[in-house]
Structure formats: structure tokens, C-alpha cells
Design a protein around this ligand. Sequence first.
Ligand code: GDP
Length: 346
Amino acid sequence: MISNTNSKAIDRFKKLQQKIVSVDTMFKAIIAKDTAALSKGITLIESTQYDHSEKAQQLVEMCLPHANNSVRIGITGVPGVGKSTFIEALGNLLLQKGKKVAILAIDPSSSISHGSILGDKTRMESLVRSNDAFIRPSPSGKSLGGVAQKTRESIILCEAAGYDVIIIETVGVGQSETAVHSMVDFFLLLKLAGAGDELQGIKRGIIEMADALVINKADGDNFIPAQKAKNQFTKALHLYPLAQSSWTPKVLTCSAMENTGIEDVWKLILKYLEITSTNGFFEKNRTQQNKFWLLQTIEEQLKTSFYNNIKVKDKLASQIDAVQKHKITPFTAAKYLLEISKDDLG
Ligand code: GDP
């Protein structure tokens, strides 16, 4: 007769076996370019269930040797600038060139706004219909770090599934641009002419991150203003110090709607890749990004375990109250909370 403990152990073993088989099956299907398996794999990555996260890590690690072989492009810009229209135009051009294109998004606000970017797939109608394009809306999540990690892992799966170009879309708000910039090879900022932020108002940090600034909607009455904006931005960009990549960011105009100027954007990206592959920056950048994400993940997990610590949860409100009433300093309160959290952290 099998004891209760033994039968539990057998169950656990069976479950473990099933898990290994299913991750292995999923992996094989992904590298065989099975889109349904890729979708399932990403769903596993996005799952918040503990046993899923273990499986997801196994899957990502299996895919890793098959990854790292794509061009990763980040695209940002304020809502309405034409990101979806532009991605559709660029995506179609790449499909014509025989490339396979995956489009992912990072939008930490999507859990609140129910997917403000890429949520509505009809926005990229022709890409959706193509077998060589894969579109995935932003994962939902509370913290940008968590959302970004999921997108990073999804990139690995897409690469293992044979996608040559991975486009990461994000909205021009908050910190999400920094996150996207830290996971792509080329970062493109879409802008509008005459949007009131020609030179001064534009967020300096974003300009510094951009490898190209593309002024969209250069059509109709907007054609001339777009050329003027291009000249202004080009002059302004020359004032910035030379980037680590030795690449001076370029300014272009396009009309995503009329499909003009898109080929020039792609040529510019190819030029960038040629220069940075030759001078070694391409590889160096990816290595630095890996280090950045390692440290970022540690920070994120330390923070999560700190705030989930029972003793911290119990004392946090009273410590905040005491600080607000000037009874203790923020430094003392922080030191105390960190101290009581230590037992469980260590
Ligand atoms: P997103 O919010 O940045 O993704 O912007 P969308 O791609 O959804 O575009 C917002 C609006 O701008 C839509 O009505 C598009 O049809 C329009 N639009 C996008 N690109 C262009 C363009 O090149 N020229 C013009 N005139 N309109 C465009």
C-alpha cells in the first residue's frame, strides 16, 4: 500500500514530468516557427502564477541560445502622433523585403486604460493578416520594471521563433521610454511639426536617447512645416555631444499615411547598424543592456520583498505618520523599517 506521503511525492513527480514535457514541446514548436506556440509562450511569461513563472524561466533559457539574432527597434511618440500607422507602414515594407516582423508594446498604463497602445489590433489591419508579422499588445502590470522584464523575455522568444526585426512600441509618457531604450538597438522618436515643442519644450532626455527623430504627417498642409521642423531639429541635434555609438542622430520626415519617407527610415537604420557593428558599439550596447537588466531586476525584487514583508506592512503606515508629524526623521524611519525587514530578507 502506498502511504499518503508517498502518493503525494509521486503526484509531485508526475507534475514535474508533465511540466518538463510541456515546456520542451513548447520550445520545439517555437523554434519550428509555430506562432500559436509563441503566443502561448508569451502568455506563460506574462502569467503571475508562481508555477508558471518557473516554467517561463525554463522556456526563456531554452530559447536563449536561439535568440540575439534580430534587429530591435524602439518607437515612441505621444498618442496620436501616428505610431500604429507608422509601424504598419514600416512593417509592410519589411515584409516586402522578406523579413519577419514582431511587434511588442510596453505600456505600463495599459492595465488602467485597458490597452491604449496596440490594444486595438484593427489599427494594424494589413500586418495582422500577414503570416510573417506577429503583434502582441502590452502586458498589463503594476510596475514598469515588471512589465519591461516580460517584454524583454518576449523578445527572446520572438527571436527564437525566427523574427528578424522586433519593434517595441511605447507611449511618450513617463519612464517607459528609458525602459524601451534599454532593450533596443535603435531608438526612434516620432514627432509632429508645430506641436508647440519645437526646441525648448522637448524633453531633453528623450532627445538624447533618440537615434532618429522622424517627423510624421509630412503631407498636405503639413508638408512645409514638417520640412521646417526638420531643419530646426537637425541644427539643435548638432549641439549635443557625440554619443557613445559615434552616431549623430538624424532627422527625417515621413507620411505614414501616404507611405512616403518610410524606406528612408529603414535605410537610416541599416546605416546605423553598419556603423555600430563595425565600431563594436552594437555588441557592447547589448552587453551593457544585459548588465542594466540584471541590476534592475535585483532592485525590483528587493523592493517587492521589502514591501511584502509582514513586519514592514505592519509598521509602514505608523512610520509614515510619525514622519509626517515630525516625530522622527525620514532617515530614522527608513533605517528602522529596513532593519526589521532584514530577518526575512537574509
Ligand atoms: P498613435 O496613437 O501614435 O498610434 O497614432 P495612430 O497611428 O493611431 O494615428 C493617429 C491619427 O493620425 C489617425 O487618425 C491616423 O490616421 C492619423 N495619421 C497617422 N499617420 C498620419 C500621416 O502620416 N499623415 C496624416 N495626415 N495623418 C496620419
